[in-house]
Design a protein around this ligand. Structure first.
Ligand code: AMP
Length: 372
């Protein structure tokens, strides 16, 4: 299937071509026509499937078709600033030949610039829930003209404690507004929200099998005190560049990064205690191969979009299968091959057991010569 067959506006088609996209991904093939039909949509799809474009393209197309209407007509809610920035970049790229204005609204930075941009006029707002609520309460933002609302990574909103803000925002959206929810998993709370807020939605499911099929998964059984040494060995022997290492805590991430640097492997920690500016610099360094290893916590890593990330390492085992799937979904994107390695110590056996029961692919037990 081609993008042309999806009846996409020629200006957007031109931008997609310039971006080098030749074919829509499975989620795009389903979500673009669903959204263009005007119906509500519930899509379960993970990062790495092309989900951002799957809602950004029809959002731009629908809004550019309605001439003469004013005010904020499109709203994309995301759980993290990083994700909001990525959505904004996507909208700018696909919409570069259209004249829609989009504005980013997120916390952790002064309001003034965002307020001024909104006052100058915005067709689309991309926002994290807390700052959006603040600006609504200050009457800087009104949702009364909203035509389309996209809730991205709904399950993360729940995990990060934003669900109340999201509910408040949804209550302010006019009834006829088209609503699109995306979520990697659909836990009960999201199911409830769907039942209350979406009108007979078109349901789309892109199964994890499809996204993890090209990811090789391996596990090292290793004592906790040997994990540091194993990490250095694995990075060195496989000559890994661009490795994303997951740590359980911010403090742990700092320690791992410091330890790698001591051994001559360039690394930076990426977590919520770092300022927005520092996080962006860290990400830029990693993308430009200035740093080789990014050591991230789950929450901070949620918004990271890195094309072609070849290696993910779970320094500590994730607590849930969903977290595991999210973590390893950082590699093997858009059809590229990827390797996900997990370090499992004695106390983490239970997590591995449940992964082996329900995980989407096979996790191969590996042995490293250094451990003999
Ligand atoms: P996402 O799931 O939105 O995080 O997208 C994953 C990656 O796939 C991003 O780097 C996108 O730029 C890229 N991508 C999205 N759609 C396509 C497409 N149709 N062809 C090639 N790459 C794509």
């Amino acid at each position: 299937m081609s993008f042309q067959q999806l009846n996409i506006h020629p200006s957007i088609l031109g931008a997609l071509e310039e971006k080098g996209y030749t074919q829509p991904t499975p989620i795009q093939q389903q979500a673009i026509p669903a959204m263009l039909s005007g119906r509500d949509v519930l899509a379960s799809a993970q990062t790495g499937t092309g989900k951002t474009a799957s809602f950004s393209i029809p959002l731009l197309q629908l809004l550019s078709a309605q001439k003469g209407l004013g005010g904020i007509r499109g709203l994309v809610l995301t759980p993290t600033r990083e994700l909001a920035i990525q959505v904004s970049e996507n909208l700018t790229q696909y919409g570069k030949h259209l004249s829609l204005r989009s504005v980013l609204v997120y916390g952790g930075v002064p309001q003034t610039q965002q307020v001024n941009q909104i006052k100058r006029g915005a067709d689309i707002v991309i926002a994290t829930p807390g700052r959006l609520m603040d600006l609504i309460q200050q009457r800087v933002i009104s949702l009364s003209n909203l035509q389309i609302l996209v809730l991205d990574e709904a399950d993360r909103m729940l995990d990060m404690g934003f669900i109340r803000d999201v509910q408040k925002i949804l209550a302010l959206v006019p009834a006829p507004c088209q609503k699109v929810f995306l979520s990697a998993t659909i836990p009960n709370e999201i199911q409830e929200l769907v039942g209350k807020m979406l009108r007979s939605p078109i349901r789309i499911a892109i199964t994890p099998e499809k996204t993890t099929a090209v990811i090789q998964q391996g596990v090292y059984h290793v004592a906790r005190q040997n994990k540091r040494a194993l990490l250095k060995h694995v990075i060195a022997d496989q000559q890994m560049r661009n490795v994303l290492v997951f740590a359980r805590t911010k403090h742990g991430a700092d320690k791992i990064a410091r330890d790698l640097i001591k051994s001559g492997i360039s690394a930076e920690a990426f977590h919520g205690n770092k300022s927005q500016g520092a996080r962006q610099r860290t990400l830029a360094n990693f993308k430009q191969n200035v740093t080789r290893v990014l050591v991230a916590t789950d929450i901070a890593a949620r918004g990271i979009d890195i094309i072609d990330l070849p290696f993910v390492i779970n320094y500590e085992m994730p607590d849930t299968v969903e977290t595991y799937t999210h973590r390893i979904g950082r590699t093997g994107r858009a059809g590229n091959a990827g390797t996900a390695l997990s370090f499992c110590d004695y106390e983490e056996q239970a997590q591995l057991k449940s992964l082996n029961r329900i995980s989407p692919g096979k996790i191969e037990a590996l042995k490293h010569p250094f451990m003999n």
